[in-house]
Design a protein around this ligand. Structure first.
Ligand code: HEC
Ligand code: HEC
Ligand code: HEC
Length: 374
């Protein structure tokens, strides 16, 4: 070997072993509190920006900004993001400032990103930082709802945000709620999204739980907790519940009176919508044999005779049409998951057009829930 080659090899060897020595000596600070060096910060932030830009090329953006999407995002922001990023009205979220890199106060950052870029950050999180990925990767629709909310956030005042993401409890004197919330503090957090009596909020962002069959509620909560039914906010909530809480919360909501049709339902009295309801009634009662869609009433009611509903099957009467249509879409794309009875529902649907889903959803929304099973 030529002498200069030996020198190079010797030099490389020394560098390698010194590197290992310094690394093992522990003098390089890897604690989050010590912060990143400026060069690392630059590297991470450019890396994140470039990666987000590259992976979003050519991605299409669905319609954003419907009021129910914004409210759905706001509810989830409250339980899943505020602790790190703060919300309108509270600029200095203490916890986020202690992360390395910091979790920025988001209202001032949103303008930097296009909707598809926000989608990617929120869905996949950011490696090497505290920014987590979405809990239910099957649910792009939920991530888009969050993007809708994030884009409206810079224009919200603190009180406007609170009103959208949480519920005003003052003046609500229902003794059943007071008693249960006293013994079961988590009920107050369910109420932020599902309403204090489980009749939902002012938009159709969150399904009605009031009057729903007890067994269906219990099994659905267990399915979310086990990741057998997929939803970002509900997996977060359900995973934190104890067995006893699942039972009590399900019992509370199943006993509440469902207010149906929804107050917003006056819209459906308009001509075109009443036609849609008639078409929907036809689908619910007769199915669509040529598309291998079974009739829905056999399992979901309304039952015109004294037959009792299977308590594991959900009651749809008076439920929000937007929610029903969304669930149908998820079933057809095989993305909903559910309890062990969900396979029955998969067998009942083979193919439905968006309009047929909308029609049958409007039909069920227009019904009043007469009685619920014990
Ligand atoms: C455990 C703390 C934590 C939680 C919870 C969290 N984030 Fe983050 N987030 C971070 C950190 C840290 C960064 C900074 C990443 C960076 O600078 O590379 C970040 C970055 C972001 C960014 C990019 C901001 C920018 O301009 O640099 C967005 C958008 C974002 N988060 C949205 C969300 C949303 C929406 C949620 C809730 C679903 C959420 N985050 C939950 C810690 C968190
Ligand atoms: C951040 C908002 C939010 C909170 C808080 C929340 N939920 Fe939900 N919940 C949702 C959304 C959104 C859905 C619809 C998810 C889906 O598409 O599967 C849902 C669905 C459900 C369902 C299934 C309903 C059905 O008809 O299949 C049950 C049961 C439920 N929630 C119970 C609860 C309980 C009990 C709590 C309190 C421990 C709670 N939720 C807290 C947003 C929330
Ligand atoms: C053979 C029985 C059966 C038939 C027929 C059936 N379903 Fe279902 N459906 C179910 C079961 C069981 C579930 C609950 C799945 C679970 O437990 O996760 C369900 C769930 C649903 C849900 C979700 C409800 C919620 O609160 O999340 C909707 C919406 C729905 N069905 C609509 C329909 C429509 C519309 C039809 C007719 C086109 C129909 N189903 C036909 C059994 C059936």
């Amino acid at each position: 070997m030529k002498p200069w080659k030996k020198h190079i090899l010797f030099f490389l060897g020394i560098s390698f072993f010194s590197g290992i020595f310094i690394w093992l000596s522990g003098i390089i600070p890897l604690t989050a509190s010590s912060g990143h060096w400026d060069i690392t910060k630059w590297f991470l932030s450019i890396g994140m920006k470039r990666s987000v830009e590259t992976y979003t090329i050519g991605k299409s953006v669905p319609e954003l900004g419907r009021p129910w999407m914004i409210q759905k995002g706001a509810g989830h922001y409250e339980i899943g993001c505020r602790q790190c990023h703060g919300a309108p009205g509270d600029k200095d979220s203490l916890f986020g400032n202690e992360l390395t890199p910091n979790a920025p106060w988001l209202p001032s950052q949103i303008h930097k990103w296009e909707p598809d870029e926000l989608f990617r950050i929120v869905k996949h999180g950011v490696k090497f930082t505290g920014m987590p990925a979405w809990a239910a990767l099957q649910r792009n629709d939920e991530v888009w709802a969050m993007v809708s909310f994030l884009r409206s956030m810079p224009n919200l005042s603190g009180p406007e945000y609170e009103k959208m993401a949480t519920i005003l409890r003052s003046g609500f004197t229902n003794p059943d709620y007071q008693e249960n919330a006293g013994k079961l503090p988590v009920l107050q957090s369910c109420a932020n999204c599902h309403g204090m009596t489980g009749n939902g909020r002012e938009t159709s962002a969150f399904p009605k739980l009031a009057g729903q069959n007890l067994k269906y509620l219990e099994h659905s909560l267990k399915a979310y907790a086990k990741d057998e039914r997929h939803s970002g906010p509900m997996e977060l909530m359900a995973a934190s519940l104890k067995k006893e809480e699942v039972r009590k919360l399900s019992l509370y909501f199943s006993k509440q009176k469902r207010i149906s049709p929804s107050p917003s339902h006056h819209l459906v009295l308009e001509g075109a919508l009443s036609e849609a309801i008639k078409r929907g009634a036809d689908i619910a009662h007769k199915g669509i044999p040529q598309q291998r869609v079974a009739s829905c009433v056999a399992c979901h009611g309304p039952h015109l005779d004294d037959r009792r509903m299977n308590p594991h099957f959900p009651n749809l009467s008076g439920q929000f049409a937007d929610y029903i249509a969304l669930q149908l879409k998820l079933f057809l794309k095989n993305k909903r998951g559910g309890t062990k009875y969900a396979n029955v529902m998969h067998k009942a649907l083979f193919e439905m057009t968006p309009q047929q889903m909308r029609d049958v959803a409007l039909y069920y929304e227009s019904l009043t829930l007469e009685k619920s099973d014990p």
